[in-house]
Ligand binder design. Structure first.
Ligand code: SF4
Length: 419
């Protein structure tokens, strides 16, 4: 098979992995307009320092010995199959890099023969890149659950970021939909990588390599949302616990895309993108806004409201803490006001040192008032036209969401995801 054919198959097969999502949409160019997108191949992602980087997103192989019910690459599917050789993959990356198409590589894989067999080949490709070609660009590698410790060390020294996909939010669902994987085959290696980052594990066989820090960009995971019955409460609790115990940089949520017909899978043709979007918003609140998971969602109401974002939802459930007077409330409370982000809160704190803030100042401070206006006062005054009444606020916010949904805005929205 020609290399280009392999690339076409393996880049397309990688598009379901959401740890970098910007290539999830296919849109053709239109005369008189600018730009188009491909749903596979090169994607844009955001690194931890906020830079936007382009990555070649590809599988090493889509030949899989596992049969996960939800996956296009499962062994029982009749799809074109192929595998790179380590040299082919390394040459491809270098060719793209030299042409300035990409700044790095996002490498995942199906399970060819066994996790170790596959990981060895992935490591060979990365070793060629790092050692023979001196490639110092960014590499995000997926580690396959069940990979042995020695190979994890090698992978972790060669890659910048490693991720182990937890895939489904409970052991029960894993047993049902991905019986060859188990929670322990993911959590064990995840704990190993966590410990390795702290101890900076090294592989003696790779001692000649110049860049030897173990997983310098940390590790992440991915969960499929909607292929199994677990609630948002369950998913967020699990995410929160993974952040704490496994010290993950990111938990990615992947809305279930129905690509297979299987009695074990939900009978839907829809992809729950809005649900995925709300989960990312909740995740954002936990990571940057000092919210505890129990403040965001409760067990007796285990799904996030699709019509109102989780921060607004929290504010409406704690309406006694509002309106917040922007000239007085502490930074921690500014962070909890819907529509005010971390930067906005900092700008307010800075600005109010000099003089009190009025509604007219928000534009200059580059803080949108669209949602914030319902929850704040400036010098004791409400924004023009605002009626401080929870049910009226809910109605206005949910109407806004419905309008945006009708235009397809939320479904197509991309989160700023670091890779
Ligand atoms: S291991 Fe499962 S999820 Fe991964 S490629 Fe194979 S069938 Fe798909």
């Amino acid at each position: 098979m020609e290399l280009l054919d392999k690339l076409t198959i393996l880049a397309d097969a990688a598009k379901y992995d959401v740890a970098c999502t910007s290539c999830g949409v296919g849109r053709k160019a239109v005369k008189g307009q600018l730009g188009d997108t491909m749903n596979a191949g090169i994607c844009h992602s955001f690194s931890a320092d906020g830079r936007c980087v382009t990555l070649l997103k590809v599988l090493y192989t889509n030949v899989c010995s596992y049969d996960c019910a939800y996956c296009i690459n499962r062994r029982s599917n009749d799809v074109p199959r192929t595998t790179f050789s380590p040299r082919e993959l390394a040459d491809l990356v270098m060719g793209f890099y030299r042409r300035n198409y990409i700044e790095g590589l996002f490498l995942s894989s199906a399970v060819l023969k066994s996790p170790d067999y596959t990981t060895e080949r992935m490591c060979e490709a990365l070793h060629l890149l790092r050692e023979s070609y001196g490639f110092r660009g960014y590499i995000h590698a997926k580690a396959i659950p069940g990979t042995s410790d020695d190979l994890l060390v090698r992978l972790g020294v060669l890659a910048d970021r490693v991720s182990l996909n937890i895939e489904l939010p409970s052991e029960k669902s894993l047993q049902l939909l991905a019986p060859e994987k188990g929670k322990s085959s993911t959590l064990g290696p995840m704990a190993f990588v966590r410990d390795g980052i702290k101890a900076n594990y090294q592989d003696k066989q790779l001692s000649t390599i110049k860049r030897t820090k173990f997983v310098p960009a940390g590790q992440s995971t991915q969960m499929i949302v909607g292929a199994s019955p677990e609630s948002d409460y369950h998913i967020l609790k699990l995410s929160s616990s993974l952040y704490q115990t496994m010290e993950l940089r990111r938990v990615f949520f992947s809305a279930y895309i129905p690509v297979n017909t299987d009695p074990l899978l939900p009978s839907t043709t829809e992809t729950p993108l809005l649900r995925e979007h709300r989960l990312y918003q909740a995740d954002w609140l936990m990571r940057f806004y000092e919210f505890n998971v129990d403040e965001i969602i409760e067990e007796d109401e285990p799904f996030l409201d699709p019509l109102v974002d989780p921060k607004c939802n929290w504010a409406l459930r704690h309406i006694d803490q509002f309106p917040a007077e922007v000239n007085k409330v502490p930074y921690e409370m500014l962070l909890r006001i819907p529509g005010i982000g971390v930067l906005g809160a900092r700008r307010i704190v800075q600005a109010r040192r000099h003089r009190s803030i009025r509604f007219e100042d928000f534009k200059r401070l580059r803080i949108p008032l669209k949602r914030a206006k319902y929850f704040i006062t400036c010098n004791g005054m409400y924004a023009k036209g605002v009626i401080f009444d929870p049910s009226s606020i809910y109605h206005q916010l949910s109407t806004e969401t419905k309008k945006r949904r009708a235009k397809g805005v939320l479904d197509g929205q991309l989160q700023l995801l670091d890779v």
